[in-house]
Design a protein around this ligand. Structure first.
Ligand code: HEC
Ligand code: HEC
Length: 295
């Protein structure tokens, strides 16, 4: 079968379709216009008027059948259906898809180009764009960051404050959304012991409250923590190491939270949206989240 040319099968289907249509026409015609006469002559009469006549369905049935037949023929002329004949309208599923794609491109490409070619501050000034960005945010980000982006559960950072773990530049925010982030802070319990942990907690608290009189734990901090958090605790966006001097906390500044963070470590994961959002959507979100850029 595989080596039969496809034309052969197409031709075969055409012949089958046409022959069965003609057979159907003949059947209907014979029921209504031939059967009556022949049968009436031959049919025996059993009891006065009781005979075995062929009684065709009422005439409205005939007209319905005729209309259906005409529609079938018209359909087969206009649309693909008869073997490989593609129909005079040249309709095809691919054609329809291409048509809707080009329609989509035509109506959306100005918008796409607008988003891609404008500066962030121009996008931020455009209310329509910012409203759709907010909708994208609510659908994709609010589950973790909260509807208003202010973070929640001491697990998901506030995106509306001035504190950016990974940086607040256009590239940094774009990177956070597109490729995600994985923050790694190992636990320090084994390295510095419980005593060390509680000393360095005091120093971290002093840093955040700008209390420069308290030097307890400073040495531990500079030896173990400064490599990531900076000598003054100012943080390092390249590593996602938060600024510890600003009293803005992701995991909280209660003793329990700080013990958990410093003794056992933290590993915050921001998922990558590379596959779920396109370039336009990511750029719109970047504009939504970035601190307002002066024009
Ligand atoms: C290898 C780099 C690295 C080192 C070394 C390091 N940290 Fe961190 N630290 C991080 C990162 C990254 C985070 C963010 C973790 C997250 O977002 O899940 C963090 C988070 C924290 C937080 C939580 C801040 C908040 O907003 O809740 C505290 C507190 C902290 N570190 C203190 C310390 C102390 C004290 C030390 C030294 C004992 C230290 N870190 C050493 C990378 C480091
Ligand atoms: C599954 C939960 C989750 C979802 C969904 C999520 N995020 Fe995050 N996001 C996080 C976590 C957790 C962090 C913090 C990672 C860390 O500890 O550094 C984060 C960090 C970020 C940061 C970096 C913040 C900083 O201070 O540098 C940005 C920007 C961000 N998210 C934007 C978004 C946007 C935009 C979306 C929606 C497209 C989104 N996130 C969806 C969990 C999520």
């Amino acid at each position: 079968m595989a080596d039969m040319p496809t034309d052969f099968w197409a031709g075969w289907i055409m012949v089958l379709t046409i022959v069965s249509l003609m057979g159907f026409v003949w059947l209907v015609y014979s029921i209504y216009f031939l059967a009556n006469k022949q049968k009436q002559e031959e049919s025996p009469i059993w009891d006065e008027t009781l005979s075995e006549d062929a009684h065709p369905a009422p005439m409205w049935w005939f007209w319905l059948t005729l209309i259906a037949l005409v529609l079938t023929v018209v359909y087969l002329i206009l649309y693909p259906g008869l073997g490989s004949f593609s129909g005079t309208l040249k309709w095809s599923q691919h054609g329809r898809l291409d048509h809707s794609m080009s329609h989509y491109q035509k109506s959306f490409s100005p918008k796409r180009n607008y988003v891609l070619n404008r500066t962030i501050s121009e996008l931020q000034a455009n209310h329509v764009i910012m409203e759709s960005a907010q909708r994208i945010f609510e659908q994709n980000c609010a589950a973790c960051h909260g509807v208003n982006g202010k973070g929640q559960a001491s697990m998901f950072p506030n995106l509306k404050d001035s504190d950016w773990q990974w940086g607040s530049s256009e590239e940094a925010i774009w990177q956070s959304i597109k490729h995600g982030r994985r923050a790694i802070m190992v636990g320090w319990k084994d390295a510095i012991g419980d005593e060390g942990v509680s000393e360095v907690i005091n120093y971290v608290k002093a840093l955040s409250s700008n209390d420069h009189t308290n030097d307890q734990g400073k040495e531990i901090f500079q030896q173990n923590c400064a490599a990531c958090h900076g000598l003054q605790g100012e943080g390092n966006p390249v590593l996602g190491a938060p600024n510890l001097t600003d009293d803005i906390w992701l995991y909280g500044d209660s003793d329990d939270a700080l013990i958990q963070t410093i003794a056992y470590g933290r590993e915050g994961v921001m998922p990558s949206f590379d596959k779920r959002l396109d370039e336009i959507q990511i750029r719109m979100l970047t504009a939504l989240l970035m601190p307002v850029v002066e024009q």
